[in-house]
Structures are given as C-alpha cells and as structure tokens.
Design a protein around this ligand. Sequence first.
Ligand code: TRP
Length: 478
Amino acid sequence: MALTQSGSTGDHWSSRTAFILAAVGAAVGLGNIWRFPTLAGENGGGAFVLVYIGFVVLLGLPLVLSEVLLGRAGGEDAIGSVRKVAEHSNRSEAWKGIGALQITAGFLILSFYSVVAGWVINYVFVAGEDFLGALFSGNPLSVAFAGEDQATITGRMGDLFADPGKLIMLHAIFMAATIWIVASGVHDGIEKAAKWLMPAFFVLLVIVTIYGSFTGEFARAVSFMFTPDFGKLNPTALNEALGQALFSLSLAAGGLLTYGAYVQRDVKLAPTAAMIAIADTCVAILAGLMIFPIVFAVGLDPAAGPALIFQSLPIAFNQMPAGSLVGLVFFVLIFFAALTSSISLLEGPTAWVIDRFRFRRPFAAIIVGGVAFLIGVACALGYNVWSDVRPLGFWNIFADSDILDSLDGFTGKIMLPLGAFLVAIFVGWIADRRLIQQQTGLSGGMFMLWRFLVAWLCPIAVGLVLLFGLVPGLLGTS
Ligand code: TRP
C-alpha cells in the first residue's frame, strides 16, 4: 500500500538516528529557550507548565506523528505529499492547500526568526569580547561585564535595536549560515549540522543548568515551575500554551512534513514521534531550570518578558562567579539551537521550489532564503526607522504590534493553529484509513486512541483556541 516515492529531491536520511537528531534540532530552538521560559514566567509558572505538557501529550504528539507520516507517505515536498495522499485516497486535490499554507507559514516564521537569531549572534559577540577581555587580564573566571553598572548592561539591547545596519548585518549572517547548510543538502548539510550541533547543545545546556543549580536559587526555580497556581490560568494562558506547543514542536509550518519525506520506509514512526516530542519538552523544562535559578539568584523578575534572556540574564551573569564564561557558553548554546531550527524552516519552502521548478538545491535555497531575508529586513527596520508601522493595525488583536510582532502573532495565532486543525481533519477524516494506519505502525487500541486524539480532540481543541485567538473578548482574551 505504500505510495511510490517520486519526490524529485529524492533525498533520504542516512539513519533513523539522523532523522531524530534533525527533527529534534528543528524542534529545539528559540522557542524552547527564549519563548517557553518567557511565557512560563509571564503566566505564573507551574500551572502554565502543566497545561503546556498536557497539550504536548494530547495534541502535539499525535500531530507530530500525523505530519511525519503524511510526509513519508507522499515522499515529496509538503504540497506534493499532501496532494499524493489525497489522490491515493480519491479525494480532491485541493487538500494540497494544507501544504501551501504550511510552507507559507514556515517561510514567514523564517524571516523573523532569523532577525531574533541575529540578536543572539550579537550577544555571542558581546559575551565573547567580554570573556576574552577577562581572559587576557588573567581572570577567566571573572563575572560578566565587570565594573559595568546595570544601565550599561541592559542598555546594550536598546542600542542594538536603534541600529538598523547592525540588526540587518546580524540577520544577514544568520540567514547566510542557514542557506549554506540547506544548500549543502539533506545529507551533507542538514544531517551533518544536526549531528554536530545538537550534541554540543545538550552538553552546554547541562553545564549551564548544573552551574545554575550550584550558584543560583535552584529550589525556588523548581517550585516556581512545578507548583501550579490554577488561579493564574486564564484563556489567554491556554491560548499561549497551545500556540507555544505547536511552535515548539515545529508543527504546522512544513518542517515535519518535509523532513518526514526523507524517512526510510522501515522506520517505525510512532516511537520516533514520541522521542521528538519528549526531547523537545525536556529541553524546554531544562531551559527553565537553567534560566530561573539564575534569575532568582539576583532577585530579578521572572515575568520580565522577551527581555528575560537579553537583559535580565546578563545582569545576573554580572553578579555570578565565572559569569563571563558562562554567559558566552549560554549564548553560543542558543545560537546552535536556533540554527538547527532555521534550517528546517528554510528546507520546507526550498524542497517545494526544487520539486516544483526543478531548480538545483543551492539555487532554490538562495532564492527562498533571499526573499525571507528581505522580509526580515522590514522586521529589523520596525525597531527603528519604521517603528510607527503597524502592518495589521486595522485588526484589533494586532493593533499594537510592530512588524516583527505582527508576523509572529499572525503566524503563531492564526496560521499555525489553522494548519494544525486542517492536518487533524485531513489525517483523521479524509485520508485513506488503511494507508494511515499502515504508516503509523500502530495497531489495536493504540491506533484507536491515536485516531481519537487526531480526529476528535485535536480539531475541537485547536478549533476553540483558534476561535478565541481570533475573537478577542470572547472569553476575556485580549
Ligand atoms: N520549533 C522551533 C523553536 O522552538 C522553531 C521552528 C522550527 C518552527 N521549525 C518550525 C516553528 C516549524 C514552527 C514550525 O524554536
């Protein structure tokens, strides 16, 4: 019953491990280390974390399996794969629109993701310079930014935002690195990058977490993250938790559909999908356990929002032993995580351009990455030259959003939930049941349970969140 695989890219992962590393690399990114702790901090910690985990298990995991299996069943780019499965199931070709929606979402996310990753690169440079200074003055274990006051340390972020040339330059560096890896191919680019960067990332993550547990307020961080205060749970928090689960698992933006197409026929997808979801969630929680002890150690606010890692943590590193070195390690770690994610965002649209226009891979990667770069330039200018621009200002939920926030909000609140909703409907109701079951490798009760989650729970839950996201005020959401 397997469909013939005729994707013109014709690529495959060299092993199951290679696929898992690449997919975990795609999942683990700025979302885990920057967005998750920020949201958990803003939404009161424990209760948010609990709801988040519930969403990952009940919605995220079944959807990861759905997307990877669609990709593998079709064996093409995201649009081609959905079209093939629809054809095989004697359904309308129009379902391929799911692929188009997802690829567009991935492309838009890439454009602003690269700008944020550029900020990370800036801090790699800042922390690197600081550490070299400490090293050459004979004190490699010095605090970060020795002798600076808080205003100088936090001021770096504002200085960066006020400098369009620098923002664009850093964004260009990151996009170029992403294009280079994707242009090098599935095997020699994406897989190799994941194979080196992900283990390095894990080692660094564990090092900084252990450091925080010794020098910071670990116990307080644990109780902050795991003591649920259900009074803090409001519809906005639920909405954010679901959006974050989709974003963090790299769902609904073409990445998993596309990576799934490179998975060999004999790989069992269900346990593989579980590993991806578990690894991603563990990293998000570890990231919280890395960041909050440090934040609490110097009495900073866990609800500082997006400035948490760029302003709060540098202040903390300024007061902690070996802060200079740890700060550098911390920002390098985030850079690695961001890079393995951005390549998955670029691979989706690039694979489509390769399949559709028969372009060679490097050319396709440059074209797609180049256009995404230009959109990112607009995001960067939104912090200075175009700071008054509100691209979706006519729409009440985005009325205050600058260019980057508008793209982030529109993709995260609308495109991702919509993409996930449609995948659930397609896999749960439209696609040929036998093909689907055979691809999952599940049988009996496990298949029934999975199908229930995909066909019923996902559309209802995601649909509700979409509705609340779109209709502010419906349940007190703003
Ligand atoms: N999951 C990544 C993160 O947490 C970001 C990402 C990569 C992504 N690929 C994606 C988000 C596809 C949505 C869809 O940083």
